[in-house]
Every structure is written in structure tokens, then in C-alpha cells.
Design a protein around this ligand. Structure first.
Ligand SMILES: C[S@@+](CC[C@H](N)C(=O)[O-])C[C@H]1O[C@@H](n2cnc3c(N)ncnc32)[C@H](O)[C@@H]1O
Length: 261
């Protein structure tokens, strides 16, 4: 019997149960996502770090199995969008505790990943996690994306920009599209999303120089909750974003961009 992997999380030691670890691996296999033993071990270690961190509220659960099967696995589902597997530069917008950016960095070791997060305590966790896991080629930018996307080092520089649980689609479009090179893709991770949000997002994308290129439904095995709905909304950048976008910090969320306006 495997005792489960453990790391010290503050004063308590946490474990990932073997059943959860196996379900995780089977779902990755079913999605065609390749992961070596070392990568699986790092993903698990990351779940343990997230579950055990006490200094900031980076995740809503303390149960390592839930972190692994809900959050880390969900992050890996982005790789169903195949072009992401070959992306050289990836931005995770509103990264929080590193979702989806850290799991993607572990699964795509060649990619350069930038985690953009405005809350200082969460950015501290991100640095701590990167160091604890021994990752390289991943940077933390502790700032609002509206400012970051105006800097030459970030604007039009990314092959992919991802966002999970950050904002409605028109707002995400304004956060992500300016970061992309022409031909790059934004991946918005969405649950059940009303049709009108999709249409508003499509309109905003058009103003920003992008188009809605697809919506991927993520299939899940019964053992990891096949009823949980996850959709990947993909925007493709077709031309440079007009210089006035993104608007000043706070404005995209307060007054979401409308197509034709
Ligand atoms: C609900 S959390 C989701 C975090 C993570 N993506 C996840 O799935 O667990 C949203 C995060 O986005 C960050 N955020 C919101 N607006 C932002 C902005 N304009 N620029 C940078 N970070 C932002 C927040 O600080 C928060 O950590």
C-alpha cells in the first residue's frame, strides 16, 4: 500500500490519497496529456503546497485531493486546446495561487510562463511555490494586467494568454488580447456561461483585433465528476489591438467593452 506523498505544510503534513492520484493520471491519459513520473510528482507537490499554505487565502479548500482533482486537473484541461502545447510564451492573467499557470509550466517545461497577479500576498505565494518546486522559466508580475499590457516587454509578446475564474468574457478579452502577438490565442476557462456573455465577448474581441475561434467542451471521466461543466473559449488575435486598450485599471471591469462601440 502506498502511504501517499507528503510534504510539510506549515506544522501539519498533508498527503494525497493514492485513489486521487490514480484518477488524476487516468484523466490526463484520457485527454492525451503526457506527463512523466517527475511531472506528476511535481503537480502533486504543488497541490500539497496550495492546500497547506496559511499566509494568504490562495485557495478555498484545505483538502489536497480536492485541490488536485478540481483545481490542478482543471488547469491541465487547457491543453485540450492543442496549439497551447507548442506555445513558447504563456501569460496567466489573474493567476491567484498559480492556476492554471503553474500546472501548465510543469506540463510544458519548454514554455516561458508569466503569472500576472495584482494581490501582493498571492504574488508572495507564487514566488514561494516556484522556489519550493524548483521551477525555472516562470516569472511573477505583481501588478494589474491593465498596466502590464501597456508595457513593451509584455504587449503583443505572448503566444497564449489564459484566465481562470477572473472576470466575464468581455473583460477577459480586454485583459488578454493586448498581450498576444498576432496569431496568438486567449483561452478563457469558463463554467456554464450564458449565451449573451459569449456574444458580448465576441463583440469585445472584434474591437480588440480578435475573433472568437471556438468553444471546446472539456469531457471528464465519471470518477472526476463528469457532470462538472468546463468550456474553453478561444479567441484568436488577427491584428494589432488599438493603442487605447486596455483602458485604465478598473475601467474594463466597471464598463465592459461592447462590440461596435
Ligand atoms: C478568483 S481569483 C482566481 C485565481 C486563479 N486564476 C484560480 O483559478 O484560482 C481571481 C484573481 O485575479 C486577480 N485579478 C483580478 N483582476 C486582476 C487584474 N486586473 N490584474 C491582475 N490580477 C487580477 C485577483 O487578485 C485574484 O487573485
Amino acid at each position: 500500500m502506498s502511504p501517499g506523498r507528503s510534504v510539510s505544510g506549515g506544522r501539519r503534513a498533508f498527503h494525497v490519497k493514492r485513489s486521487a492520484r490514480e484518477a488524476f493520471r487516468r484523466q490526463l491519459d484520457a485527454w492525451g496529456v503526457k506527463a512523466s513520473r517527475e511531472q506528476l510528482s511535481l503537480l502533486e507537490e504543488y497541490a500539497l503546497l496550495l492546500a497547506g499554505y496559511r499566509r494568504a487565502n490562495v485557495i478555498g479548500t484545505r483538502e489536497p485531493e480536492t485541490v488536485l482533482l478540481e483545481h490542478v486537473l482543471d488547469s491541465a484541461s487547457c491543453l485540450l486546446f492543442e496549439p497551447l502545447r507548442a506555445a513558447g510564451r504563456v501569460a496567466d492573467v489573474g493567476s491567484g495561487g498559480g492556476l492554471p499557470g503553474i500546472p501548465l509550466k510543469i506540463l510544458l517545461p519548454e514554455a516561458r510562463v508569466v503569472l500576472i497577479e495584482s494581490t501582493g500576498k498571492k504574488a508572495d505565494f507564487l514566488r514561494y511555490a516556484i522556489e519550493s518546486l524548483g521551477l525555472s522559466g516562470v516569472d511573477v508580475v505583481n501588478a494589474r494586467v491593465e498596466a502590464v499590457a501597456r508595457e513593451a516587454a509584455h504587449r503583443s509578446r505572448y503566444d497564449a494568454a489564459l484566465a481562470r475564474a477572473v472576470a466575464a468574457l468581455p473583460v477577459l478579452a480586454e485583459y488578454c488580447v493586448p498581450l498576444l502577438r498576432v496569431g496568438g490565442h486567449a483561452v478563457a476557462m469558463k463554467g456554464g456561461m450564458p449565451e449573451h456573455e459569449l456574444r458580448l465577448g465576441e463583440g469585445a474581441a472584434a474591437v480588440l483585433g480578435a475573433r472568437l475561434s471556438g468553444v471546446l467542451e472539456v469531457p471528464r471521466l465519471p470518477e472526476v465528476g463528469e457532470e462538472k461543466r468546463r468550456r474553453l473559449v478561444i479567441l484568436e488575435k488577427r491584428r494589432e489591438t488599438p493603442g487605447r486598450y486596455p483602458r485604465k485599471a478598473g475601467v474594463p471591469a466597471k464598463r465592459p467593452l461592447r462590440g461596435g462601440g
